[in-house]
Design a protein around this ligand. Structure first.
Ligand SMILES: [Zn+2]
Length: 125
């Protein structure tokens, strides 16, 4: 059995279920498409096959995006965040990313009300 590159595995900070969050973004438009979860094997498959594979927490099985829907995610780039508990997957998304049929999961969920406060001038920290 192939395993995830130890140099990558050693940098992951997994949750209690052995998972890290995977944020999926369309590589050219920068749309944030969806959030999924990966264990080491899902990440290995994603890094080595050109297709995004998640771990399904509800079904407790690997899930290669697009196998049933046709809405394939082709991998363009994968980055790990500063503390190793989240991945950014830049992909080329075919069709809808969300199972409800919308382009992104966040269109499907929709906006929540927010209070906006102007950023302080020069307040970049
Ligand atoms: Zn969705």
């Amino acid at each position: 059995m192939p395993t995830l590159d130890p140099a990558v595995a050693s940098r992951l900070k997994r949750d209690d279920h052995g998972l890290v969050a995977a944020i999926v973004q369309q590589h050219d438009t920068r749309e944030v498409l969806m959030l999924g979860w990966m264990d080491d094997e899902a990440l290995r498959r994603t890094l080595t096959s050109g297709r995004v594979t998640f771990w399904s927490r509800s079904r407790q099985e690997y899930w290669r995006k697009g196998d049933t829907s046709g809405h394939v995610q082709h991998v363009v780039a994968v980055s790990l965040d500063c503390d190793g508990d989240a991945l950014l997957l830049e992909v080329d998304q075919v069709g809808a990313a969300c199972h409800t049929g919308t382009r992104t999961c966040f269109e499907a969920g929709g906006p929540l009300p927010v209070v906006r406060v102007d950023a302080a001038p020069g307040g970049d920290r």
